[in-house]
Every structure is written in C-alpha cells, then in structure tokens.
Design a protein around this ligand. Structure first.
Ligand code: FES
Length: 225
C-alpha cells in the first residue's frame, strides 16, 4: 500500500534546484525533499539526475552519489548499508522502506524521496525520533524478573519457548511501519503504534520475563493499545 504523506513541517514552496547528471548514460531523475530549518525557508523538492551506469543499485547508493558529487549539504541517515541498523528508513515513491535495500530499478519513473511521513523533520531526510524512542523506553524493553537468577546459570528457555520470539526480536526499529499507520499519524502522542506494540509483545511473549501482569496493566488504555 502506498503510504505517501508529507512530514509535519511541510509547505513545499521553497525554490527548487536542479542538479544535472555530469555524465549521460542511463540517467534517472530523483526528486528529493529538502528542508533546512536554519535557512528560514520553506521545504522544497530538488531534482537530481543520476547516471545509473555509474551508480550502485540501491536508492542509498544514489543518495550517497548525490551528496558526494552534486550537493554535500544533502542530509540523510545511514550506517550499516545492509538492512540491519534501520537508520536509512524513508519514503520512496509513496512507500516507506530502507534506502539501502530498495533497488532503484524497482521504482518507476522519477523517484520521489521524502522523510518518513508525519514525523518532525530535523533536516532534509532526517526525521526526529525523540518521541518514538521515548515511547520505546516507556514499554521497558528489557528482561524484568523478580526471582533470583539460578546460581551460576542462565535463565533457560526450551526451543519451543524460544520460538515464540521469532518474528518479534528481528525488528530493527526503523519506524517504517509506525509512520505508515494513519492511527499513528493522528494520535502518535497517545497511541504507541505498531513498532512499539510489537516490542511490547516481544517481552510479553518471553517465557523468562516475570512482569507480564504489570506490562499488560501499562498497556491497558483506550489509546495506547
Ligand atoms: S543503512 Fe542500515 S538499514 Fe539501511
């Protein structure tokens, strides 16, 4: 499902800039959201032309090329380049995804890149995760126990108990799901959103955790859940 929606501080009336490709091979156009709060100007879309024959296959490769060859002020997050850290999450042609695992050839036409929807924007493609991380901290995402650890031993799980965590522990907290959820757009001050609820369930489902009742009590709320 396409989830395009602009970030919160968006009136796209800034003066657009065009960055032509320095070479002319297989050129693709990218329309990239630009916003610098220090400039006092409204956001704008800049167009970048990239020669795909001189570029890696992923959207992140194109962004790195734009920044290193055309406009060093272009700002975005990235770290692992392997779909592990979650920092390159953004909206590409109306869908949230990781720029490092999204192939340019899977996107049609002029590629429109914006920050994750409905987040405050710090600069260009960098959203402010302060609230998202505060919500994550609120569910106490760590093992909580009351009984003493068995002396000299770990708290063990059976293979079946461990399997209960499959599909939960892998979440990389990129916020792509939460920021494509309309309920989270409208009520993110109260609703925890899919990513944080998944994490909350990850600890409820953990056979070693001994605070299940307290965790459920904390979720018991007309908006939070
Ligand atoms: S750079 Fe780490 S997930 Fe994309």
């Amino acid at each position: 499902m396409a989830t395009f929606s602009l970030p919160k501080n968006s009136k796209i009336t800034g003066k657009a800039r065009h960055h032509a490709a320095p070479t002319q091979g297989k050129v693709r156009k990218f329309k990239v959201y630009r916003y610098d709060p220090d400039s006092g100007q409204n956001p704008r879309y800049d167009t970048f032309e990239i020669d795909l024959e001189q570029c890696g296959p992923m959207v992140l490769d194109a962004l790195i090329k734009m920044k290193s060859e055309q406009d060093p002020t272009l700002t975005f997050r990235r770290s692992c380049r392997e779909g592990i850290c979650g920092s390159c999450a953004m909206n590409m042609n109306g869908r949230n995804g990781l720029a490092c695992t999204t192939a340019i050839e899977d996107l049609s036409g002029e590629v429109r890149i914006t920050p994750l929807p409905h987040m405050e924007v710090i600069k260009d493609l960098v959203p402010d995760f302060t609230h998202f991380y505060a919500q994550y901290a609120s569910i106490r995402p760590w093992l909580q126990t009351v009984t003493p650890t068995p002396s000299g031993k770990e708290r063990l799980q059976s293979p079946e108990q461990r399997e209960q965590l499959d599909g939960l522990y892998e979440c990389i907290l990129c916020a792509g799901c939460s920021t494509s959820c309309p309920s989270y757009w409208w009520n993110s001050d109260k609703f925890l959103g899919p990513a944080i609820l998944l994490q909350a369930y990850r600890w409820l489902a953990d056979s070693r955790d001994e605070m299940t009742g307290e965790r459920l009590d904390e979720l018991e709320d007309p908006f939070r859940l």
